[in-house]
Ligand binder design. Structure first.
Ligand SMILES: [Zn+2]
Length: 226
């Protein structure tokens, strides 16, 4: 009888709380047509603050190595003198490939996935085609809009904020934003050259201060994807 009760409770819990999904987080993936494990990642969150050195949530680290940001106008291009504006490539010792489980790479030089981008990066860069729709990852209130950087921030009211950057903005936005509502379209909106991608960032309030955290886990964070 006791076991039966436990089983019934477990089924009810799965029904009402969604337990049993891959993750227990609350964030839907914000880019139309992609998931947290299928979108091409061009820069992961750097868990290290030392200059010329990055450390990913996988624990792998690498040092500055010349390269170029060769994902221009929605396509991979070869590294050459015409597109070396952002030489922020980082290589693991010996040029070994980085492993970011479940994530895809964008090749920066043809056939080359040994570069990781970039130092002191506080979010994830998803290099998907321009004009791909971006949706609110969870319900919340509008925290800020910054047209200069094509950015919208949402406060989810549970100690977390999300930020979506470099978008062509969908305006106006209501004060109360529903989960899955349109925020904008992936672009390269910024006062400097950034290439076309969505910069996605999550902040958590700890002791009254907001700190960027990794939605994929790592550094002791829970996985925040649902
Ligand atoms: Zn970024």
């Amino acid at each position: 009888m006791k076991n039966h009760f436990v089983r019934v409770f477990a089924i009810l819990a799965v029904t009402f709380f969604g337990i049993g999904s891959a993750y227990a987080g609350f964030l839907a993936f914000p880019i139309s047509g992609y998931s947290s494990s299928s979108a091409p990642v061009s820069a992961v969150m750097d868990h290290n603050s030392s200059w010329n050195y990055i450390k990913t949530f996988t624990g792998e680290s690498g040092s500055y190595w010349d390269g170029c940001l060769a994902y221009v106008n929605g396509q991979n291009v070869a590294c050459d003198s015409s597109n070396t504006a952002y030489p922020w490539g980082y290589k693991r010792p010996g040029g070994a490939k980085w492993s970011t489980p479940g994530l895809n790479y964008v090749d920066y030089a043809p056939g080359d996935d040994i570069y990781m981008w970039y130092d002191n990066h506080h979010g994830y860069d998803y290099a998907v085609p321009q004009w791909t729709p971006v949706y609110a990852a969870a319900a919340g209130t509008l925290a800020s809009i910054d047209p200069t950087w094509g950015q919208i921030k949402i406060d989810h009211g549970n100690g977390y904020k999300t930020a979506y950057t470099h978008m062509y903005l969908a305006l106006p936005q209501p004060q109360n934003i529903a989960k899955g509502s349109i925020l904008g379209w992936v672009s390269n909106v910024a006062p400097v050259y950034v290439g076309i991608h969505l910069h996605f960032e999550v902040e958590r309030n700890t002791g009254g201060q907001w700190y960027e955290v990794d939605p994929y886990g790592g550094s002791g964070e829970p996985v925040l994807w649902e």
